[in-house]
Design a protein around this ligand. Structure first.
Ligand code: ZN
Length: 328
């Protein structure tokens, strides 16, 4: 009984040594054969990207160099993975590219979404993106795309997402990180009231004021001078009551402020507003552009503030104190 195991053991100590040699030889051969293939595979969708699939996308400091300057980011932990990404992405047709992120709904601004907001990730080669990856306090959150095409992927910002870089992953596992951090702000940061003209303005004097004399009537609003084409936005969350033409007001809209009995009127716009009657507009949402259509001389916004229904029972008040308060 004792002899047999020893003999067998001796035989085994010899066999593994041989095995190791064989394995080493095989490994060496495998490496020689596979190395060029692996290098080549970095330019294909499949094999070369398998290693990227599960590698975390590390956030880097905002001050860090852009991903393309990979050699300068050695001081951050994410440098190696970002270098691999950009290195692998250079010159590859079909590799997803992110140029910018635009907030579409439930936004603080066009670049600042809130949890639950809808954003558009703009770029190129995004038609095969399957997931958008957000940062959260406990790691990464994967969100499925809502709509996608080559130039953009729309996605809902997950409730637990926090400020950080986001990444997209396509069906081949190709992963690309946004060039900038996405700032996700609380829903409470969404503006309630916004000044209606998005550019330099002057209020003018006498004749531009509420109550100033006009042929046959008095001025029912405040004129706000601004360059032709300056963007006009909704002061509050509002519903579109009218969007039409008048020989006096030119292209004008009347917006009803949701949850109030007040209405705001925008006149003399350069062209017809893109808004549809009945549509809801968020505070800060586009209304049109400054013009001088209708009975007007010089580009300006004629702004009216009505308490109660516009022209049908309500009355206008002087909007200037309110407009001034919005500039503070
Ligand atoms: Zn006016």
């Amino acid at each position: 009984m004792r002899g047999a195991p020893t003999r067998r053991g001796r035989r085994q100590t010899i066999t593994p040594a041989g095995l190791i040699l064989v394995v080493f030889g095989f490994l060496a051969l495998t490496l020689i054969v596979l190395m060029p293939a692996k290098a080549g595979a970095r330019y294909l969708d499949g094999a070369g990207t398998a290693t990227l699939k599960n590698s975390p996308v590390e956030p880097v400091e905002p001050e860090a160099s852009p991903p393309s300057a990979s050699s300068d980011t050695g001081d951050t932990g994410g440098a190696s993975s970002s270098a691999t990404n950009s290195g692998g992405g250079l010159g590859i047709p079909g590799f997803p590219v992110i140029s910018r992120i635009l907030c579409l709904r439930q936004c603080v601004s066009s670049s600042q979404p809130t949890p639950g907001a809808i954003i558009a990730v703009r770029g190129d080669h995004l038609e095969r993106v399957t997931r958008v990856i957000f940062r959260s306090k406990s790691g990464w959150i994967r969100a499925k795309w809502r709509t996608r095409n080559r130039a953009a992927v729309r996605v809902t910002v997950p409730k637990r997402a926090v400020r950080g870089f986001l990444a997209v992953v396509d069906s081949s596992g190709n992963r690309t990180r946004s060039p900038r951090e996405l700032r996700i702000l609380p829903v409470s940061a969404i503006p309630v009231e916004v000044f209606p003209v998005r550019g330099p303005i002057t209020f003018g004097s006498g004749g531009s004021r509420f109550g100033a004399g006009r042929p046959g009537h008095t001025h029912q609003g405040q004129d706000v001078s601004a360059a032709c084409g300056t963007k006009l936005v909704s002061v509050r969350r509002a519903r579109v009551l009218y969007n039409q033409w008048d020989d006096g007001g030119g292209n004008y809209v009347v917006l009803h402020n949701v949850g109030t009995s007040t209405n705001f009127v925008y006149m003399h716009m350069i062209r017809r507003s893109p808004l549809k009657v009945g549509q809801l507009v968020p505070a800060g949402g586009a209304v049109g552009r400054v013009g001088t259509t209708g009975s007007s001389s010089g580009c300006h916004l004629h702004f009216e503030y009505w308490i109660g229904p516009w022209q049908t029972g309500g009355h206008p008040i002087d909007p200037l104190p309110y407009l001034r308060s919005l500039l503070k």
